[in-house]
Design a protein around this ligand. Structure first.
Ligand code: GTP
Ligand code: MG
Length: 299
């Protein structure tokens, strides 16, 4: 990760993108290739230590934006076993939007599918007891629909491939109620994801059939409305998404199942389009930190 002044003029200085590794002019706000904020690459270059990406993926509506926003909020408050320091103002957008929405008893908006509109997050996370053991949570808040398209047609969204291939660990989210009520659909998406990841992280030569050691934390979200997932996430995964479980066992040596939920109580409301909406009345986050804690022990 280097910032190289190729000519005396600062206008021509180049920086290497931390995500897609392409060089671009230091004057740009974002990498023209993958839209990662230039500040992200600058901070990492100055620190001199390559970042360990931890990214958040999952189908549309899985709860990625809510989970990420809540995770960042809890990390920055410093009240749990992990501490997190957001790098750059861009890193606060997802947290701010999620918390503001929840305070107004609503959920944040769906993430747009255009890659240049994704908000990026860079948060330096370390255990409270071992502050030097830093892992960077670096991820754009990806849109589930874009992930689905990328799984169907590789390189539709090159940024997704770049982010994933940089990842030292993954947080993979599924909607627990969706898995319980329509496990087949969720399982098919999940199996496509496993085979995409297995291809991406496949070793070379004679080692290529070995199980990959990339740690994957699988999180059943919205478990506040699905007690069976909260009770035993692993048994829940076996019962609802057997294909995915087999895929993970086959390809990834280190994976663990978790459940999370942020709602203590909610009411049903009607939005401006006449659609029924859940209104979170009381926020009571559960199972948000544990998956990252486990991941950090593995990377
Ligand atoms: N009960 C409950 N509902 C949740 C929770 N998290 C998310 N939801 C619901 O799930 C919806 C989708 O959550 P998002 O975080 O926007 O989902 P996403 O994965 O970011 O979706 P895309 O942006 O389309 O990829 C929200 O609008 C809420 O209705 C949770 O912890 N509990
Ligand atoms: Mg989203």
């Amino acid at each position: 990760m280097t910032i190289t002044a190729t000519r005396p003029s600062s206008q021509s200085a180049q920086i290497t993108c931390v995500c897609c590794e392409k060089p671009f002019g230091i004057q740009s706000q974002d990498c023209p290739g993958c839209h990662a904020p230039a500040d992200l690459s600058k901070v990492v270059a100055e620190r001199g230590v390559p970042p360990k990406f931890v990214s958040v993926i999952g189908p549309s509506g899985a709860g990625k934006t809510v989970y990420l926003g809540m995770l960042l909020d809890m990390l920055s408050k410093g009240t749990c076993s992990l501490r997190g320091l957001p790098n750059g103002p861009f890193s606060l957008d997802v947290q701010q939007e999620t918390i503001r929405a929840l305070e107004q008893q609503r959920f944040p908006e769906k993430t747009p599918t255009e890659a240049d509109e994704w908000r990026w997050v860079h948060c330096e996370v370390a255990p409270a007891k071992r502050p030097k053991r830093i892992v960077d949570v670096v991820t754009p808040d990806l849109a589930g629909e874009a992930i689905a398209l990328e799984l169907e047609h590789e390189s539709t969204y090159p940024v997704i491939r770049s982010v994933l291939s940089k990842s030292a660990g993954l947080l993979v989210l599924f909607d627990s109620a969706q898995a319980r009520d329509d496990g087949r659909t969720e399982d098919i998406f999940a199996m496509k994801l496993v085979s995409y990841l297995a291809n991406l992280f496949r070793g070379e030569g004679p080692l290529r059939w070995r199980k990959n050691r990339l740690p994957i934390a699988i999180i059943y979200t919205k478990a506040d409305a699905c007690p069976e997932a909260m009770e035993d996430p692993q048994a829940f995964a076996h019962a609802t998404m057997p294909g995915f479980v087999q895929g993970c066992d086959r390809h990834f040596a280190r994976h663990q199942y978790f459940a999370s939920g942020i709602v203590g109580s909610y009411a049903m409301g009607i939005d401006g389009y006449g659609r029924k909406q859940h209104m979170p009345l009381h926020i009571e986050p559960r199972g948000i930190i544990e998956p990252l804690e486990w991941l950090m022990e593995q990377v």
